[in-house]
Design a protein around this ligand. Structure first.
Ligand code: FRU
Length: 469
């Protein structure tokens, strides 16, 4: 449990850690990252009171998954962010092992957070409460306490409430694990955010036509886009295939239609959300002008995260860029938000054989490439993208064993939009039909080298810094 002495420790950690993190050559120049310690999931992403709020799972004290608070950033334009006071700290009995992930809504004009109070016991067991907190006049958050207890028939792994308004009710999707260790998503309904009725399971492993798909489905998010309802979730324990589900934990989407009354979600197959090395726990929100945006954690839990070199500099992980979702032929597509174009400096071009192209400084870079494939893009020889006619392969060395590891996107890539920051590369394929998000830790100044005989056309921009203030 965090007490006032922990608050003093957080302050000291920030005072000591921030200068070190910010001067690390791998600290992002325009992505959101913790000023010290560990960041994981985005939380409470919302447009409210004319501004965007993005909260995040944050352990300021060290690079470990414990003492989770909700950090808070605010922005008028989704580009320039401002630090806000910590919104939630694990200082109550019902959230003493961490204020875990959740979402935000505006309730009668008041910014309201719904989060998981995680409680771990000494024997290794745990329980969880879904809790409310409301913004007060001073801008801080007052906890209103638990509103959903552990539902019967599930283990203590119940968390990550995502709440939205539909017709005259509030609805919540909640991650849960059955006693038989199957990952499930529950749908709950409320009139006032205080009293909730569990309507039942709407999706999960061995449900709705899916095969065994994991023992826990973390961070569900549900929304309607185009003619479909989408459920995004992070199934842990999905069997790896030759070219999919190769990360320690997956993030995937289902599309279908939701019958709120039954409840029943009839959906198609599970599709991986991102084919790169690091992507997890995304959250979406609606903008004032009706766009559905998404931001994810550019990390994956339980893999090689603690071997990342930034740990020695006292910080770890960053968010993805903010993306706009769209649906094309039933497929969920992601593209960088248009606002990011404001970071572009002078436009440059190249047209010709890949191997004749000049090496491009890749420290902060955006590129739009068009080709039929037959090209290799080497990011400082640390991360290598092999663009073949029917497949993309992204390769880097394991930070633990040094062996080469590969991730795949299958299909004919004709157009790539690539966004680079000091230690990340996000590759958007065919206008967002696929994405590969990955961290990499190059020696700087990093350069992008193109190889291969194929012809290509490239437009590129170096990107301005945009740090949180
Ligand atoms: C996903 C997750 C969530 C949980 C949070 C704790 O990364 O494990 O399920 O709420 O992180 O930080």
């Amino acid at each position: 449990m965090v007490s006032s002495s922990h608050l003093a420790a957080i302050l000291q950690a920030v005072m000591q850690g921030m200068p070190k993190a910010l001067s690390d050559s791998h600290y992002p120049g325009w992505h959101l990252a913790p000023v010290t310690g560990l960041l994981n999931d985005p939380n409470g992403f919302i447009h409210s009171g004319g501004e965007y709020h993005l909260f995040y799972q944050w352990n300021a004290l060290d690079c470990a998954h414990q003492h989770k608070c909700w950090g808070h950033w605010r922005s008028a334009d989704l580009l320039h962010w401002e630090h806000q006071p910590i919104a939630l700290m694990p200082d109550e009995k019902y959230d003493r092992s961490g204020c875990y992930s959740g979402s935000a809504v505006e309730d009668a004009g008041i910014l309201t957070l719904i989060y998981t109070g995680n409680v771990k016991f000494e024997d290794g067991s745990r329980t969880a409460w879904q809790c409310l907190a409301q913004q007060n006049r001073a801008g801080g958050f007052d906890k209103l306490g638990p509103v959903v207890a552990l539902p019967e028939g599930y283990t203590g792994h119940v968390r990550d409430p995502k709440v939205w308004r539909h017709d005259d009710h509030w609805y919540m999707v909640l991650a849960a694990q059955t006693m038989a260790r199957q990952g499930r998503v529950l749908l709950l309904r409320s009139e006032d955010l205080r009293t909730w009725q569990n309507l039942g399971e709407i999706a999960g492993s061995e449900r709705g036509g899916l095969a065994a798909a994991g023992y826990m489905w973390e961070c569900p998010d549900m929304f309607t886009l185009g003619d479909s309802t989408f459920l995004i979730c992070c199934p842990q324990g999905v069997p790896s295939e030759e070219k999919r589900y190769l990360n320690s934990h997956a993030c995937a989407w289902l599309s279908g239609s939701l019958d709120y009354a039954q409840p029943a979600f009839s959906h198609g197959p599970l599709n991986e959300m991102d084919a790169g090395f690091e992507f997890y726990a995304p959250q979406t929100t609606l903008t004032a002008d009706g766009r559905r945006l998404l931001v994810g954690w550019m990390g994956t839990p339980d893999g090689e995260e603690m071997a990342q070199p930034t740990v020695a500099q006292g910080w770890i992980h960053q968010m993805t860029c903010i993306r706009e979702l769209s649906v094309r032929n039933g497929w969920l597509c992601q593209q960088p938000i248009a606002e990011l174009q404001a970071l572009r400096e002078k436009e440059q071009h190249y047209l010709g054989r890949a191997s004749d192209a000049p090496a491009i400084p890749a420290r902060r870079l955006e590129l739009i490439l068009e080709s039929e494939g037959g090209i290799e893009l080497s990011f400082a020889d640390t991360l290598i993208l092999t663009w073949q006619q029917d497949e993309l392969r992204l390769t880097r060395r394991s930070l633990v064993t040094g062996e080469w590891l590969t991730r795949y996107w299958t299909g004919a890539a004709r157009r790539l939009q690539i966004l680079c920051d000091h230690s990340s590369v996000e590759i958007f394929i065919n206008d967002g039909e696929g994405v590969m998000s990955s961290r990499y830790f190059p020696a700087h100044p990093a350069r992008l080298t193109l190889r291969g005989d194929a012809e290509l056309q490239v437009r590129y921009w170096s990107l301005r810094r945009c740090m949180v203030e």
